[in-house]
Design a protein around this ligand. Structure first.
Ligand code: NAD
Length: 319
């Protein structure tokens, strides 16, 4: 089969692999991972054509950034051949989107990542802060970091889709290069789709994370902290069991569902083993070669219909 697809990311000029490496599991967010397995996973990711890695100081209380930095160094790929995004404003101690904090934050992240610059710096889960502060204080501070060369591009992330329009409607074009949405472009929730034409009109690159709905669409199920309702968890579990009985893998189907929309530049999936890297890249290559398994996908969508687009609250009341 051919190589993993690269897709343009908005107006950045970057070309990101359609499967992106979500490094939150390297912060032991989904269970403990040893350094050897982490390094082997990142090495395998590069070998299979993944060039995009996403982390945050929040994941594992800075552990994800440290482990990713160690892995990138160990694997030794030239710096201009990979794209790293990290975040600011969300920390294990809490949220702080002040200009002072985010300006300090990038230096801390670069030290942990052992890098001179990151390709993308994103305000992490902005629905927990004041969106007006993001517009008036945080993004101007990030612009200064861009001017300094520590950051190439700027992004915003979060769960409620309304945060993206709120911010993008209030900043000059080119202020926000990318948005990262999660849990809104997968089999059980595809609400990001309606926002794609707007994002395109704003020239903003789109990254969609959590194609497996943070573990809901896996055979082993979600972690203890998962915020979904018991009803949504039960429906996804039933769908996973249904697939297994038919000899299908729900995670593969979920990856292929998310990857099939080319207006989304990269699907960030959290990975902590060589096997998961291989499976997720294989899912992408199979999709490119023979298309997705529409019959089984329709059956699962039918099973998930009662919970379709069900989400959970995130953040503070804005206004
Ligand atoms: P996900 O939907 O990608 O699921 C990750 C879980 O699925 C992990 O337990 C992982 O080990 C497992 N998994 C991966 N491949 C598998 C496979 N082939 N078979 C079975 N299980 C598999 O959720 P996620 O990790 O939360 O999201 C992906 C990444 O996106 C994160 O690591 C992070 O980098 C980013 N993200 C960002 C935000 C944000 O900025 N607010 C939010 C969510 C995710």
């Amino acid at each position: 089969m051919g190589s993993l697809e690269l897709r343009p990311l908005g107006n950045t000029g970057l070309k990101v692999s359609s499967v992106g490496f979500g490094a939150s599991p390297l912060g032991n967010v989904f269970g403990a991972v040893c350094d050897e397995e982490a390094i082997a996973s990142v090495r395998e990711a590069f070998r299979l054509g993944i060039n995009f890695f996403d982390t945050s100081p929040y994941y594992g209380g800075t552990l994800s950034e440290k482990v990713l930095g160690k892995c990138l160094k160990a694997v030794g790929v030239p710096r201009n051949e990979f794209i790293v995004s990290t975040k600011c404003g969300r920390y294990i101690e809490g949220f702080d989107f002040s200009a002072e904090r985010v300006t300090k934050s990038i230096d801390e992240s670069l030290a942990r990542l052992q890098l001179d610059y990151v390709d993308i710096l994103q305000c992490h889960d902005i629905e927990f802060g004041s969106l007006d502060q993001i517009v008036n204080e945080t993004l101007p501070a990030l612009q200064k970091l861009k001017d300094s060369g520590k950051v190439r591009f700027i992004g915003i992330t979060g769960l409620p889709l309304g945060i993206f329009t709120y911010v993008l409607d209030r900043v000059p074009p080119g202020t926000v290069d990318v948005i990262l949405s999660y849990c809104h472009y997968g089999i059980n929730d595809s609400t990001l789709e309606d926002l794609l034409p707007y994002l395109k009109s704003k020239g903003v690159g789109v990254i969609s994370a959590s194609p497996l709905a943070m573990g809901l669409l896996t055979e082993s199920g979600p972690p203890e902290w998962h915020p979904a309702s018991p009803e949504l968890k039960a429906a996804c579990k039933a769908a996973a069991t249904y697939c297994k009985e038919k000899g299908k893998n729900i995670s593969k189907l979920a990856m292929q569902y998310s990857l099939s929309n080319k207006d989304i530049s990269s699907i960030l999936v959290g990975m902590n083993s060589v096997r998961q890297v291989e499976e997720n890249v294989a899912a992408a290559k199979e999709l490119a070669a023979v298309g997705k398994d529409d019959k089984t996908l329709l059956e699962i969508e039918e099973l998930l219909k009662p919970v379709k687009n069900q989400t959970w609250p995130s953040g503070i009341q804005q206004g």
